[in-house]
Write a protein that binds this ligand. Structure first.
Ligand code: FES
Length: 154
């Protein structure tokens, strides 16, 4: 897919020099905030202008869950795959979300409504099994609950 993005936000970030190229993580955070994700074209340009090899930049992007190479859907679902949730049927909740939305973790629905991610722990183990949609927590999940929660966002 050919992209033709406005590079002005990248210019502004690099010119503002609030961070140096060696601070790759804050730099990528600023770019993601400006674009909503990390477009390949912008990463290639960032590599060219900072002399940071593209493979190093992509290594950082793929290591941290906070970074996205594709635009996110309107709502971001984060379902916990941590131990406390795992022992309370967490994997079945992940399957239920996949079944309802017809997407796997890491994917976005075609209508761009939902992006589905799994995370190592949401820090609310007492709610296990738990997921977040945007900034809201939903705990003690079961398959029916998931179905109606997702419907309420549709
Ligand atoms: S293990 Fe799921 S919230 Fe901590």
């Amino acid at each position: 897919m050919t992209q033709n993005l406005d590079l002005k936000p990248l210019d502004n970030i690099l010119e503002a020099k609030t961070t140096t190229p060696s601070d790759l993580i804050p730099l990528l955070q600023q770019i993601q905030t400006a674009y909503g994700y990390l477009p390949q074209q912008v990463i290639a340009e960032l590599s060219k202008r900072t002399n940071i090899p593209a493979n190093k930049i992509f290594g950082v992007i793929t290591f941290y869950e906070q970074f996205h190479l594709e635009p996110n859907g309107k709502h971001t679902i984060r379902c916990c795959r941590g131990t406390a949730c795992h022992v309370k049927n967490g994997p079945k909740m992940i399957d239920a979300i996949t079944e309802v939305l017809q997407i796997e973790p890491g994917q976005t629905t075609e209508d761009m409504k939902f992006t589905f991610e799994t995370v190592a722990c949401l820090g609310t183990c007492f709610l296990a099994p738990v997921m977040m949609i945007n900034n809201d927590y939903y705990g003690h999940l079961n398959k029916n609950k998931i179905q109606s929660i997702l419907e309420s966002y549709s």
